[in-house]
Design a protein around this ligand. Sequence first.
Ligand SMILES: CC(C)(COP(=O)(O)OP(=O)(O)OC[C@H]1O[C@@H](n2cnc3c(N)ncnc32)[C@H](O)[C@@H]1OP(=O)(O)O)[C@@H](O)C(=O)NCCC(=O)NCCS
Length: 208
Amino acid sequence: MAKTTKADVRGSLSPEESPLLPRTSPRLLLRDFVPEDFWDVHAYTSDPEVTRWLPWGPCTEVETQELLDRAAGYRVPDPRTDYSLAIVERSSGRVIGSGSLFTRQAKAGELEIGYCLARQAWGKGLAKAAAAGLLGLAFQGLGMHRVFGLVDPENPASVGVLEGLGFRQEGRLKKHTNLKGQWRDSLLFAILEEEWLASPHSEGWGQE
Ligand SMILES: CC(C)(COP(=O)(O)OP(=O)(O)OC[C@H]1O[C@@H](n2cnc3c(N)ncnc32)[C@H](O)[C@@H]1OP(=O)(O)O)[C@@H](O)C(=O)NCCC(=O)NCCS
């Protein structure tokens, strides 16, 4: 059988083909990326303020396409294990960021959460809302029992997102992450399924 190329993946899948997507709230929608998202995505992946605490970036156009190719690759395995999703502002239809659920450093039944937003979207509660949508996908959609996040101690906005959703800090991992050539501590935050289901933040997202 011919090997599936990244171009095949990009060209052949539409967001509707993943049964757990899209996920919707009054303000936001979470879906797989499509090629037309490129310039919205590049606007934030190329912004050094946005990528300061991220393992990649600021991105050239080629590097942004590589990120989109990697996101498309997550759609291939069956059953699917990883998600890198477009965060769409419903009022404008624009992609304002990305949110992820990764198996990368996770054990069975567990996923790592990640997110970033374009700078003009910061400070409006949108990251917290998008992360709530990701938690709904992880717990109610995928049946996970634990979601964790790893945050740089000097990234208070990201700590705010996780604490605001009820994540608990479980520890500080010394010189855990190589961030752009420098070993940095990571704060480990986690939330359990039962904690999420009892939280008021678990309301508000669904599938249309
Ligand atoms: C981290 C990031 C996604 C936060 O986005 P945001 O939309 O501004 O966050 P929200 O408006 O949803 O705020 C969530 C909570 O954090 C708090 N918060 C936001 N920015 C903050 C800051 N700079 N300092 C302290 N608290 C902050 C908010 O007050 C809110 O708390 P609340 O629940 O008590 O109201 C955004 O800053 C970003 O994209 N940064 C670059 C990428 C990044 O660092 N990603 C995370 C890597 S671990």
